[in-house]
Write a protein that binds this ligand. Sequence first.
Ligand code: SAH
Length: 222
Amino acid sequence: MLTSEASRRGIGMTSQRTRERLIARLGAAGITHPDVLRVMRELPRHLFVDEALASRAYEDSPLPIGHGQTISQPYTVARMTQTLLEHGPCDTVLEVGTGSGFQTAVLAALVRRVYSVERIASLQERAQHCLRLLKVRNVRFRHGDGFLGWSDYAPYDGILVTAAPRGVPRALADQLAPAGALVLPMGEGDRQVLIRVTRTADGFDQRVLEPVSFVPLIAGVA
Ligand code: SAH
């Protein structure tokens, strides 16, 4: 049996060498932020997916996590995180759509505190368990509807949404700190784009970044 340290380090298709190939690919695709690359290199993504899929955890692709949901593609996780960090100092971040908890763990390694909302209770519990195993302690989880944000801890320097609404949810924009940035996929089907909304002195500024593919943001809890 593998010790927990060994399972964390990975063997074969989850080994450090396999991970390095992914990091090289992210670099070639435009991920340049050294801290983002470091965290993506260190985090054991294979622990966030079902054991049967562990051998594919360091491919640059989304993978199923049950309930019709997916763990986001590593490139997308890196790109969204980089977009947030490039914008300015990020002390507190709200994440909408915890899913597997992988993006949550990436954020937790880079900012002081992460607040993460998930509408499917069993996914949230699994993610929470996984982050506990990795001794990540600066995340607060909530089972709820992310369309509403999480007003208790607002405003946030950054808000990252990992499922696509049709338009910018008003509550999320309202929970941005002055000069904060909201990074989210938007649109339907194969016509989604990644958007960065920033709070300015007289309102909001919106910039389209690139085409993406996410599951839809769904109202209500499950
Ligand atoms: N970042 C996650 C992505 C998971 S997929 C990962 O890499 O694992 C998107 C997640 O958003 C799913 O878990 C889905 O249940 C969740 N979601 C969809 N609509 C939501 C809503 N309104 N509030 C909170 N979570 C939502």
